[in-house]
Structures are given as C-alpha cells and as structure tokens.
Design a binder for this molecule. Structure first.
Ligand SMILES: O=C1O[C@H](COP(=O)(O)O)[C@@H](O)[C@H](O)[C@H]1O
Length: 268
C-alpha cells in the first residue's frame, strides 16, 4: 500500500452540533465536491445512501440556494444499497431520494442508476440475479482508463446503522465477507426488509472519497466501535474507506462514546 493510500484510510472526523446542522453542512460540502469534480473532469459521480441521515442530507441539498451550482445533467447517481421492494415502494431508498431531491432538480434520467426492483427485469424476484445485473451496469460504466470493475466514484455516501452496518452489509453477515463480487443479494437482513441488494466493501473502496454519516445517540456505540479498531466483520463501517479520503460526519450525540484522543478539539 502506498503512503497516500494508507493516509486516505485514516478517518477524518467532523462533529457538528446537531443532526439538522450536520445535514446542512454535509449538503454544502457535497455541492462543493461535485462542482469541483465537474470542473476538473466534466462530470461527477455520487453514490447515494438510504437511511435517516442520508435522506436528511438530500433534503438539505434540495433546500440549498447553492444547489443550482451543480450541473445536474452531468452527474451520475448510483446507490450503495437498496431494499428489494417493488419500484416506487415508499420503503425503497431510491423512492426516498427522488422525493427528497431528485424530483426537484431534474437529473439526466440516463445518469440515474437505481438498483433493480423485483419483477423489473430478467432477474424476476431473484435478488442475487438482480445484484449481478447491477454489477454489470457498474462495470459497463467504467471508463477505459479505469481498472474497474466499478467506476471511481467521486463521493460515496454511507449511513451508519446502530449496529455499525453500512449499505446493507451487516455485522457477521455473508455480504461483509465478500471479496470478489461488487454487488450482492442480501438475505435475512436483521433490519427489515429481509431481502436487499448491496455494494460490497471492495466496491465501496473504489470511491475517491467515502463519507460516513451518523447522527443521534443511538449511533454512539457503533461510531465508537468502528473508530476504535474493531474489525470490519464486527463493525462493517470500519471497513469503509476511500482511495483519497475517508470522512466521518457526526453530530455531538453520535460522538459521545468516542475515545478522547479521537474527538476533534475544535468542532461546531
Ligand atoms: O436500512 C438502511 O439503513 C442504513 C442506516 O440507516 P439509518 O436510518 O439508521 O441512518 C442506511 O445507510 C442504508 O442505506 C439503509 O438501506
């Protein structure tokens, strides 16, 4: 591993006063990052997450006057995981993202890549086959200069669950052990619904920047566990890092169990 790759794995922490401020600040940060990527490379790519914090970020972005700085027609949107529910189901992560943001900013539909829904293609109701179809879509989107099998996403967002899960990779579940495939079907998820689709940790680690979001006292133990040296089987969030940067965006309640040496001294 190169020195810069090792540095990128070291988590950077930002602790905000509360969850609403965290969502606003993360939205502002994401706008800047996307605008910079579009200026540098012509287009940007972001992987969205479901969950409370990810959806709050998207709602804050939709309400930001700076949202029009983004060229929404030059943004590729992917998902880190999905609940394997019918298209349009309110429990799906993409349905929630559309309601919070996408329906208000009009991205290029050809650049919006929702994960498959049951009955929506040749995979039928088979979540494993649907995961394979999404892996193929990701591979097809890799630019020639990339090594694949997934694009080098500019920013990959992950909500951290109270059990330290990220995407739909749950502690000690088969998905978190996957090293070959980029997308897996998840069966028997401890959090409903039981059937899901998820990027794997190797796919997550292809991103330039991985941002982990955790707000609320119910996340405090998970945050402390993941940032205190736990293994990724026990705390999948510990295995989520980017090629260039790994950023943890927290609110104060979520940071309360952090060891003092990790808690940044000057936070707002
Ligand atoms: O089910 C899921 O949960 C996690 C975390 O959600 P939260 O509401 O506890 O913040 C989320 O990141 C994931 O995308 C989603 O499918």
């Amino acid at each position: 591993m190169t020195g810069s790759a090792a540095t990128a794995r070291v988590p950077q922490l930002v602790v905000h006063r509360d969850a609403p401020l965290m969502a606003q600040a993360a939205a502002a940060r994401l706008i800047t990052r996307v605008v910079d990527a579009q200026a540098a490379r012509g287009a940007a790519s972001v992987v969205l997450t479901g969950g409370r914090n990810g959806t709050a970020l998207l709602a804050a972005l939709a309400g930001s006057p700076a949202r029009d700085a983004v060229d929404w027609s030059r943004l590729d949107l992917w998902w880190g995981d999905e609940r394997f529910l019918p298209a349009g189901d309110p429990g799906r992560n993409d349905t929630q993202a559309r309601a919070a943001l996408l329906d208000r900013v009009g991205p290029d539909p050809a650049r919006v890549h929702p994960m498959p829904a049951p009955g929506g293609g040749p995979w039928g109701d088979d979540a494993d086959a649907a995961a394979g179809a999404y892996a193929a879509e990701l591979a097809a989107a890799c630019a020639s200069e990339e090594h694949g099998p997934v694009p080098t996403f500019d920013v990959l967002l992950l909500g951290v669950g109270p059990d330290a899960h990220v995407a739909s990779l749950f502690p000690e579940h088969p998905g978190v052990r996957e090293r070959q495939r980029t997308v897996v079907g998840v069966h028997g998820s401890p959090k409903p619904p039981p059937t899901r689709i998820s990027l794997t940790l190797p796919a997550v680690r292809a991103a330039r920047e991985v941002w982990l979001l955790a707000a609320g006292a119910d996340k405090a133990k998970a945050v402390a566990l993941a940032l205190s040296g736990a293994g990724e089987l026990q705390a999948p969030a510990a295995g989520a890092y980017g090629r260039r940067r790994t950023l943890w965006l927290l609110d104060r309640p979520a940071a309360t169990h952090l060891p003092p040496q990790l808690y940044p001294p000057a936070t707002a």
